[in-house]
Design a protein around this ligand. Structure first.
Ligand code: RFL
Ligand code: PHB
Length: 390
């Protein structure tokens, strides 16, 4: 097979780029290791920044998001038994976020790819990019016993943190920065009315908790757990009891519980690989960088990569202008590092760190006191949470 752009990974990054390029007449193919059902079974992000929502609309995929997604103008921080509200709208000059699940985003993107007869190849095994530094790269993959080959002009590595793309870059060409946190998030999805119309981020001596939602009948809750915990160790009852302990009394009292329809543990990690380009391979999204989910930046950072990459490829194909592609890595990384900083800050502010010395604990406490007392600090939080400009 021959195409212009071969995209490895059929998650939100890969599908969004595929859709945007196709609308501009730029031929592309998506190679996804898993089945579609598997990809749609992942419950991940829930909060989209304005720029991401705009990109979905530009891709012709914003209709259901605009109809079913909820606009949120603020969220709460729970601490010491009380709730304080961060007014995103007021502090960010009228900006807001959209609460709409990554699963729904992915579903809408797949539907759009189907409508346009976009080529998305599922269950592609042993995907491997080749000749990335030459003028004619190609990608091979296996279906059963058969090895297939796609010749292309560019390869996009949008295959997530565990994908093959980043690993195809020689170690001498890549610098990796990483921080692994000594805890994870245990997440539960339940068909219950959310405890609060807006998200609640809770700091508690027993550990962090988050009350989020997908709709007015679908709740998503998380609690911080040690890395040694396994999902099987947590019955639904144990989860609800622990979540309640970490919430202010009046919130816990109105929490509606029910059976979990999904339950999983996600480790928390910060990671950046530099540069995001190697020859004709361009990395995007989780393939190049990940953040702990506390600041809701992961998917949103993936979207800004796609925005830069899309425009760079357009300039290349429309005007023969290579500058966008040449500047892609530096431009994307400048924003990526700001998302890293914000995610690290919000994680450090709200989680329990078992190795914190009393001095650290006082600093964490005063950081929160300062935030809640300072309009300027809340404006900095709001500016980052709603998303820095692309
Ligand atoms: P994905 O979603 O991991 O998709 C990559 C795709 O590539 C496929 N793949 C391969 N395909 C072919 N060959 C290979 N060798 C391959 N290896 C892998 C995979 O099967 C997959 O389909 O990366 P992408 O597209 O860059 O999207 C990134 C987002 O998924 C991620 O950043 C967010 O989910 C992070 N995140 C959040 N981000 C937000 O912006 N807001 C949030 O509220 C938010 N909440 C979260 C989150 C992530 C979480 N977890 C579980 C890590 C909450 C959680 C709990
Ligand atoms: C979610 O709803 O899954 C979610 C929301 C906000 C975050 C992280 C995850 O910061």
């Amino acid at each position: 097979m021959k195409t212009r752009v071969c995209i490895i990974g059929g998650g939100p990054s890969g599908l969004l780029l595929s859709q945007l390029l196709h609308l501009q007449g730029i031929d592309n193919v998506v190679l996804e290791r898993q089945s579609r059902d598997y990809v749609l079974g992942r419950i991940r992000a829930g909060v989209l920044e304005h720029g991401f929502a705009e990109l979905m609309r530009e891709a012709g995929c914003g209709e259901r998001m605009d109809r079913e997604g909820e606009i949120h103008h603020g969220f709460f921080i729970a601490h010491e038994g009380r709730l304080d509200r961060i007014d995103l709208h007021r502090h960010s000059g009228g900006n807001s976020v959209v609460v709409y699940g990554q699963t729904e985003i992915t579903r809408d993107l797949y539907a759009a790819r189907d409508r346009m007869n976009g080529v998305v190849i599922h269950n592609a095994e042993d995907v491997r990019p080749h000749d990335l530094t030459g003028a004619a790269p190609y990608v091979t993959y296996r279906v059963g016993d058969e090895i297939r080959r796609i010749d292309c002009e560019f390869v996009i590595g949008a295959d997530g943190f565990h994908g093959v793309s980043r690993k195809s870059i020689p170690a001498t060409e890549l610098r990796e920065y990483e921080r692994v946190y000594p805890f994870g998030w245990l997440g539960v999805l339940s068909r219950t009315k959310p405890v609060s119309p807006e998200l609640i981020y809770a700091k508690h001596e027993r550990g962090f908790a988050l009350c989020s939602l997908r709709s007015q009948v679908l709740s998503r809750y998380y609690i911080q757990v040690p890395l040694s915990d396994r999902v099987e160790d947590w019955s639904d009852d144990a989860f609800w009891a622990e979540l309640k302990r970490r919430l202010p009394g009046e919130v816990a009292a109105r929490l509606v519980t029910g059976p979990s329809i999904e339950k999983s543990i996600a480790p928390l990690r910060s990671f950046v690989a530099e540069p995001m380009r190697y020859g004709r391979l361009f990395l995007a999204g989780d393939a190049a960088h990940i953040v702990p989910p506390t600041g809701a930046r992961g998917l949103n950072s993936a979207a800004s990569d796609i925005h830069y990459l899309y425009h760079a490829l357009l300039d290349h194909y429309r005007h023969g202008d290579p500058s966008g592609l040449d500047n892609y890595s530096a431009k994307a990384l400048a924003r990526v590092w700001k998302a890293q900083r914000f995610s690290w800050w919000m994680t450090t502010l709200l989680h329990r760190f078992d190795d914190a010395i009393p001095y650290d604990q006082r600093l964490q406490q005063v950081e929160l006191e300062y935030l809640l007392a300072s309009e300027a600090a809340q404006a900095a939080l709001a500016e980052n949470y709603v998303g820095l400009p692309f």
